[in-house]
Design a protein around this ligand. Sequence first.
Ligand code: TRP
Ligand code: SF4
Length: 335
Amino acid sequence: MKKTILTGLRPTGNLHLGHLFGAGQNYVKLQDEYEFFLEIADVQALTDNFDNPEKVRRNVKEITMDLLAIGVDPNKVHLFIQSRIPEIAELTVFYSNLVTVSRLFRNPTVKSEVAQKKELFGKDGESITYGFLGYPVSQAADITIFGGEVVPVGDDQLPLLEQCREIVRKFNNIYGDILKEPEQYLSNAPRLKGLDGNEKMGKSLGNAIFLVDDYETISKKVMGAVTDPNKIKKDDPANPDICMVYYYHKLVTPEDELKAVCSECKNGSRGCVACKKQLIENINKLLDPIKERRKQYEDNPELVDKILEEGTIFARNRAKENMKKIKEAMMIDYE
Ligand code: TRP
Ligand code: SF4
């Protein structure tokens, strides 16, 4: 029997290269080895976008198409929409008895996200909502309602997984041993830096290349990337290790070509403009087939609906089965 994987994505924007290298390529690998539930976490997205429902709605489809474009295979992966699984909301309520408010406030992921969202939650987080504070509880429900055993996440998500395990242990202690404690699956790809050298590539930072970016947009972004500041003239020798263009070359440029980039940069026989153009070409080579696959879905939106529908029906059935056991254990099995 294959182990069960569950992971989720908040539909708040298109996927970028950071997602592709950090998570997406992993999904494509894992889909052959596990039973894979992939959740479009629209309810979670609403916890900090409740005032922008159009954005969440639009991005459910956008992110689904992005995932299909990078090779997530709907015949292997159950792609589904969180809000269509009411059992998740139900289980969140049950779990909320097993978590203290102070523990949620201390959750490092919640803390750092609240600090980033001053506009929404106040300078010191004094306006944090009940829903946002509680989203780790909802995420624990996401995972366990499907019997998720392995959860591929970025390291920023580890405190959420720890909290999930705590809830599971507490539940099992009180109601009997029926839930599984999930373990993390960390991708070995380090977090991708932005074109500006920022530690994180992100939409809000304006330093990301999206999978859907057209040639012109990619070209503009790469042309603006941060290079070795000591290289003034075209034939100045430079240090590729402090250049974001080289950093991206390492991801997308074939080995032998890459060696040349490095040595020519160091000995001053390479200009930054030509170097950037070569990078643009290689990024396009990577993204062209992804865009091509995406276009098939853009041209046939009913295909995307069908995939989500089928994935959701499958996920819902699994959630119903597990909810039955949970309710029995909690002695609220009236049906
Ligand atoms: N919180 C995750 C993120 O922001 C998304 C997510 C929702 C998730 N539900 C999940 C991740 C369940 C792992 C498991 O990226
Ligand atoms: Fe960076 Fe290339 Fe310029 Fe070297 S030549 S500094 S690697 S852009």
